[in-house]
Design a protein around this ligand. Structure first.
Ligand code: CP3
Length: 340
């Protein structure tokens, strides 16, 4: 038996399409909020296999999604590189901004070993998940991870990282290469532990000009893909360069990712062109799930109408938000599944 999401990644059309949601384990679920409270801090949740397995399984039990995504965060990578990382209620991630000297001194040697609890989580998940459920591992793309390391927190347009990149081009390149190498080692260990496929999240691709997109997004992700495939030649990799616009076009070709994750601003005419070259994933506006009703039904129908005849994994165009009502998630899935 080949899992549905894997069939789509390999280029097959499956209808109704398999579905999962970015951030499907999260605060919109009461059972997640309970586990989060019990674990103490968010990082305790990520680093404790008991809790991480439990919260990964919660949305699978409730909704039967076709894929489970390992519960962790993209920022555990800088964390094991020695950067301090805190998650404060309502403020998102906070880190001490990295200095040029600290980048020069950054040593990634063996740091992936410190993520052993994550590998245990992946291993236990593959044993506990239903056979038909695809298990996704993931990492953050170097550019997106670097934006948090440089600013120390999320910003609207990543001005601190963009400016840093122009002012310290060599050091910035070193940072991206280091992050690519440690991320590749991390992803390889996730595959060793039983992940079926991988997603690389580049949430902040959309703030770069063409030249920077090529150097900061495409090149480091291509480096990760090549390193992972040097060990696992058939590794299935999903790239999600959020907000890349027209630059989605060469992203797949130049990085080598198998499937493109699309945000909700990608027009269907363009999405169909992308789909003619390989599988796509997406791309419902997460706020349609908050709104429910007609806004949700119309959003689902449009995706199925325009992209349902080709290789598609149904997803949101970004993570589900904490205020999304659970019944609306069920409404979305019923609408997809009742197409049969
Ligand atoms: O269910 C899943 O998708 C798997 C788990 C997962 C989380 N973060 C859990 C999480 C994944 C894949 C991520 C990726 C991630 N983390 C990204 C890339 C995707 C995206 O959303 O753009 C980014 C940029 C981060 C960094 C990060 N982590 C931010 C900006 C925040 C704060 C925003 C928020 O929603 O609070 C986090 C915290 C975080 N990561 C939470 C969860 C469930 C919420 C923490 C909490 O419970 O308080």
């Amino acid at each position: 038996m080949k899992r549905k999401v894997l069939r789509v990644i390999d280029g097959e059309t499956v209808f109704p399409p398999p579905a999962w949601m970015m951030r499907q384990a999260g605060r919109y679920l009461p059972e997640y909020r309970a586990s989060r409270k019990e674990a103490g801090s968010f990082l305790d949740l990520c680093y404790s296999p008991d809790f991480a397995v439990e919260v990964t399984l919660q949305p699978i039990r409730r909704f039967g999604f076709d894929a489970a995504i390992l519960f962790s965060d993209i920022l555990v990578v800088p964390h094991v590189l020695g950067r301090d990382l805190r998650f404060e209620e309502g403020r998102g991630p906070l880190m001490t901004p990295i200095t040029p000297d600290e980048i020069a001194a950054l040593n990634i040697e063996g740091a992936e070993e410190k993520l052993a609890p994550v590998y245990e989580t992946v291993n236990r998940l593959r044993n506990e998940l239903p056979d038909e459920t695809t298990l996704l591992g993931f990492c953050g793309a170097p550019w997106t991870v670097a934006t948090y390391m440089i600013a120390g927190h999320g910003t609207a347009d990543q001005a601190p990282a963009r400016l840093f990149a122009y002012q310290h081009p060599e050091l910035f390149e070193k940072l991206l290469n280091d992050l690519a190498d440690i991320s590749a080692a991390y992803l390889i260990k996730q595959l060793d532990s039983g992940a079926d496929a991988l997603q690389i999240f580049d949430s902040w691709s959309g703030v770069l000009d063409e030249d920077c997109f090529d150097r900061f997004c495409i090149k480091p992700v291509a480096r990760i893909v090549a390193k992972v495939r040097s060990v696992y030649p058939d590794a299935r990799i999903i790239g999600f360069p959020k907000g890349a616009g027209l630059l989605y076009q060469d992203y797949r070709e130049k990085t080598g990712v198998n499937m493109l994750g699309m945000d909700w601003t990608v027009p269907f005419s363009f999405a169909k062109q992308l789909q003619a070259q390989g599988a796509v994933q997406g791309n419902l506006d997460p706020l349609r799930v908050v709104a429910g009703g007609k806004a949700l039904d119309e959003g689902v129908d449009a995706i199925l109408k325009h992209l349902g005849q080709g290789p598609l994994v149904f997803n949101l165009g970004h993570g589900i938000t904490p205020q999304a009502p659970i019944e609306h998630v069920q409404q979305m899935l019923d609408r997809i599944r009742n197409q049969a």
